[in-house]
Design a protein around this ligand. Sequence first.
Ligand code: 5AD
Ligand code: SF4
Length: 425
Amino acid sequence: MNFHDSRRIEEILTAAGHEAVTDATRAELLLVNSCTIREKPWHKAISETGRFRKRKSRDHALLVGLVGCVAQQEGDRVFKLLNGVDFVISPDNYQQLPAVIAHLQERGKPACITGFDRGEAEDFLGVQEVRSHEISTFVTITKGCDERCHYCIVPSVRGPERHRDADRIVAEVRGLVKRGVREVTLLGQKVNAYAAGGVDFAELLRRLDDVDGLLRLRFTSPHPRHMTDDLIGLYGRLRTLCPAIHLPVQAGSDRVLAAMGRRYTRADYLRVVEKLRAREKDMAISTDLIVGFPGESQRDFEQTLSLIGEAGFSSAFSFMYSPRPGTAAWDLHDDVPLVEKERRLAAAHVVIDASERRFRETLPGTRQDVLVEGKGRMPGQLTGRAGNFQIVNFTCDRPFDEVCGRLVPVVVTAINPNSLEGRMA
Ligand code: 5AD
Ligand code: SF4
C-alpha cells in the first residue's frame, strides 16, 4: 500500500514540475512515507525524520515532510515530537502536496493536513504515468476499512471504507492495458468486501476479465469472511485470475480469533482453503500471522502452528503482537512477555519454512506460464512470475523484446532459495 502511495506522490509532484532524484544528498525536499501498523515502524518513521534534522541545520532551504499513516495518527503532535519538520500530510490529502511545498518555499509556516476525504473518484488517483517497460501495476479499488479487527490501527489511520465506482476501475484498467500493462493487482484493505452501485467483488473480477489484452488479475488483501462461493467459483474459470491468494488468517485458535474480532473460526478458514484447492489444486495460498496476542496460551499458539501445516501455506509473514493506540486490544493486558513472543515467532518461522519448502518441492517438472518482465541475472536468462507468484528465471531461445509482457510456458527445472529455474517449454 505504501509503496503504491509513494508512486502516487511521485506522480503528483512530477506533474507539478518537481523531479525525483536517486541520490538523497542532492534532494531539496525529503519525504518520509511512514507506517504505524506496529510500534517498530512508527519508531523508524520518527527516527528517520529526525535524522534529516542534522542536514537541515546545514541546509536551511531543505524541506522535510512526514507523510503516510504516522502523519494521520500524530497530526501536529509531530512538530512537538521533532524539530525541523516542515509539513505533515496524511494519505487522503496528497493532492495538496504541491500547494503546501510552494507555500513553504515562500517561507510559509509549517503545515499539517490530516483527515479523510468523502471518497470522490479522483481522490483514489490511479497510476497516471506508467513508466516504460511496466508490465505489472496496482489499482486501488477501496480505501479505508470498517472491519475493526481488535489489534489493527488501519481503520483509524486510513479512515472509513470507501469503494470506487466499477466503471471507473474498468476504464482505468483499459487505459493501463493500452499503455502496456499486462497484470493488475487490485488493492484494498479488505479488497474482497468491495461493493459499489450493485457490483460486488466477484462481478468486478468478471468485468475486468473481459478487458482485452489484460493477461493477469491479482488482488490484496482479502478477508476470509468475504470469500463467497461466487468468488471462489471464479478460480479456474476466469481467464486472468491467478492461482495464488494472500489470505491473512492471523491465528489458529478459535479463542484468539474471537478475541481478535476476526469473525470466523479456524474451521471456516480451512473450509475456504479446501474450496479454493478444489477449484485450483496447486493454488499458492499465503498468509499473515500474529503471535503473542493478549491471552494467547501455549496451546492456542500450537494451534497456529498446526494450522500452518494443515493449510499448506506457500509462504507466510509472521509478526509479534504490538499494541496500537486507539484499537480495542489497546486496553487488554499485553500479557505475553517479549521473550515468549520472540520464542513463538522463531518457532512459527521453522514451521513456515517447512511449509514453504513442501510447496516449492512440488514444482520441479511442472509447466508454469511465466509473465516475462525482465532479463534474468545469468546471461541468456529471462525472468518473470508464474501464476502462483513464484519468481522464475529461465532460458529462452526467443529475444527478450519479442516475449517481454507475454506469457511464456516454462518447465521448472530447479528450486533456488528465492526463485525457481526453468527452461522455455
Ligand atoms: N501487531 C502485530 N501485527 C499486526 N498486524 C496488523 N496489526 C498488527 C499489530 N497490532 C499484521 C497483521 C496484518 C499485517 C499487515 O500486519 O498480520 O495482516
Ligand atoms: Fe486491519 Fe485488515 Fe482487519 Fe481491516 S480487515 S481492521 S485492515 S486487519
